[in-house]
Write a protein that binds this ligand. Structure first.
Ligand code: SF4
Length: 218
């Protein structure tokens, strides 16, 4: 904090506003359209995001990179894939020379791509009917790591299964089961899943035992 201004709060508020502008717009009432982002992350989180949302706290501008590229639509209009009467809607960050490209921020250089990014990229390959894609991770100190992928049917079938599960649970208004993972530690619903609010009442054990107040000498 400098002077009278709380700059941290100002930056948080700026990040929050830009983040809202760039995030994927999900119509929470329309359960027949499921967004790809909703099924590559924890389904329970996506359910809460629709039914009883809590805003996420954003930590830095590099988190906004992917949303910014999607917004600029570098050859990548959102597309829909029909699964019976459900629509799976996805959008790649970029589409260049028939190659699907995703950009993600990372804390450190990664040995392997993150599983939800692989699911996302693979599903985009099916939605856009392309065969090759890459994920580019960029760290805060501008180091890049790139992973390439050719499309895989089994992996896409898993995404389709998750689309059906989320669609059913939204229709039945039933929260999906917990999906414990590293995602939980940064999830805004952590307390709903793992830590119940304490309903504590101050109790004087000495009084309960009939021996006067503990810690006090008569
Ligand atoms: S805390 Fe974990 S299990 Fe619960 S909604 Fe978040 S990501 Fe899912």
């Amino acid at each position: 904090m400098m002077g009278d201004r709380d700059y941290r709060a100002l930056i948080q508020s700026a990040l929050g506003s830009i983040g809202k502008e760039l995030q994927i717009n999900v119509d929470s009432q329309n359960v027949q359209t499921i967004h790809l982002q909703e099924v590559v992350q924890c389904l329970r989180r996506s359910y809460f995001d629709r039914i009883d949302p809590v805003e996420i706290e954003r930590r830095g501008f590099n988190e906004l990179l992917s949303g910014l590229l999607r917004k600029l639509e570098y050859g990548s209009d959102p597309k829909e894939f029909d699964i019976d009467d459900i629509k799976l809607k996805g959008q790649t960050d970029m589409l260049v020379d028939d190659v699907i490209m995703l950009f993600r921020s990372a804390q450190n250089e990664l040995e392997n791509p993150l599983s939800n990014d692989v699911l996302y990229l693979n599903a985009c390959l099916w939605i856009y009917d392309k065969t090759e894609g890459i994920i580019i991770y960029i760290t805060g100190d501008k180091k890049e790591t790139t992973f390439s992928l050719t499309r895989n049917k089994k992996m896409f079938e898993e995404v389709i299964r998750r689309v059906r599960v989320l669609n059913n649970l939204l229709k039945e208004q039933k929260a999906p089961i917990l999906e414990p993972s590293t995602e939980c530690s940064e999830c805004q619903y952590y307390e709903r899943c793992f830590v119940k609010k304490k309903n504590s009442k101050q109790v004087d054990i000495g009084e309960m035992l009939g021996i006067g107040k503990l810690g006090h000498k008569d």
